[in-house]
Ligand binder design. Structure first.
Ligand code: BGC
Length: 345
């Protein structure tokens, strides 16, 4: 059987945006867009036998491009923040712009989530999308070739993000899918249970830049070592939560943790296990969804309607050698793997 590819819409310049459908019922069915290598829709069967779309999305290419919520997109070149949009590579200053409260966020105002990726390969179960990001793109040096492979089987979705460069640069790719395991239009995820395999998280300043190093989650609203309802944590009044209007923080994943996170809805009985080889998980509870944009079914997306679990390097790694390195050199390969295992409770 071949992949089903159809037109999702058009960009202002007339180019067609394609939708690629992977998998088949009763297993998970993923709808991807070549615009932003976006995970647009994911249909899953709940314990009540109902099929639900568990991903937030928008209805048209124009809606995706008008939004600053990065819904479902593949984020690059650098997911999360770089302080003041400045860093150095081998002692040479690089400036990548600061469009988010004085910092660089998610690859810039024209990041990978807004580009039309090329469909390089496809089958019924997988698709490979490719993007060439030219030298100087959003301020980043080097011609970067990025590749996003999405595969679907009965167990879930596997995402492989890869990149190579012809000059030294920094790379941190991730998927910015927002989940609501009760269905896209079900309202806030407060009743979802979240478990994160992290003894520590990274406190940030009011603009999202790490204050110092990681601190223990014990005794804070960031303690998700056991399955914990999302609602009380995002309303806790803790200064970190107040500054971010909810949770918008990097969790330092315990070494060898599998899964990195488990999200479960007692209502639908759907569970999601996130596996990754990345050191951090940005947990973002949709704090800035403000009713200004519509879901794919036309309803208003409001605060907390979805939760993003974004495996990646720690924020501001290009300025923080103690967090590791985001540097990719010519001849090296960047690789990040993200798995969403779907199950029923
Ligand atoms: C960031 C948030 C940001 C959001 C945009 C998240 O990954 O951590 O601070 O507002 O993306 O949708």
């Amino acid at each position: 059987m071949t992949t089903r590819i159809s037109a999702f819409g058009r960009l202002a310049d007339g180019r067609t945006v394609s939708r690629i459908v992977l998998g088949s019922p009763p297993g998970p069915v993923l709808h991807l867009l070549d615009l932003g290598a976006t995970a647009h829709r994911l249909e899953v069967t709940g314990s009540d036998g109902m099929r639900r779309n568990v991903l937030l999305g928008h209805a048209s290419p124009a809606d995706y491009l008008a939004s600053t919520d990065y819904i479902g997109g593949t984020i690059g070149r650098y997911a999360n923040r770089i302080a003041a949009g400045r860093f150095a590579i081998d002692g040479k200053p690089v400036s990548v712009g600061a469009h988010d409260r004085g910092n660089h966020l998610h690859g810039g105002p024209d990041g990978f989530d807004r580009r039309l990726w090329e469909i390089a390969e496809h089958s019924h179960e997988h698709v490979v999308l490719e993007l060439l990001s030219p030298d100087g793109d959003q301020g980043f040096p080097g011609n970067l070739r990025a590749r996003a492979t999405y595969s679907v089987d009965a167990g879930g979705v596997r995402i492989l993000l890869e990149a190579t460069t012809d000059a030294t640069t920094v790379v941190n790719l991730t998927s910015h899918a927002y989940f609501n395991l009760d269905g896209e239009d079900a309202g806030a995820v407060d009743e979802h249970l979240l478990q994160v395999s992290a003894e520590e998280y990274l406190p940030v300043d009011p603009t999202g830049i790490p204050l110092g190093g990681c601190v223990p989650v014990a005794g804070t609203p960031f303690d998700f070592r056991q399955p914990t309802h999302v609602g009380p944590s995002v309303r806790s009044g803790h200064e970190q939560v107040a500054w971010a209007r909810g949770i918008d923080h990097n969790f330092a994943l315990d070494a060898g943790s599998a899964p990195a996170a488990v999200l479960e809805s007692p209502r639908s009985g759907i569970s999601l296990r996130v596996l990754t080889d990345q050191p951090g998980l940005q947990v973002y509870t949709g704090n800035f969804l403000d009713g200004g944009r519509r879901s794919s079914t036309g309803r208003l997306l409001r605060q907390g309607d979805g939760i993003a679990l974004e495996p990646q390097l720690f924020p501001d790694t290009p300025n923080r050698p103690e967090f590791g390195s985001a540097v990719l050199r010519r001849g090296e390969s960047y690789r990040s793997s993200i798995t969403w295992l779907l199950g029923r409770s």
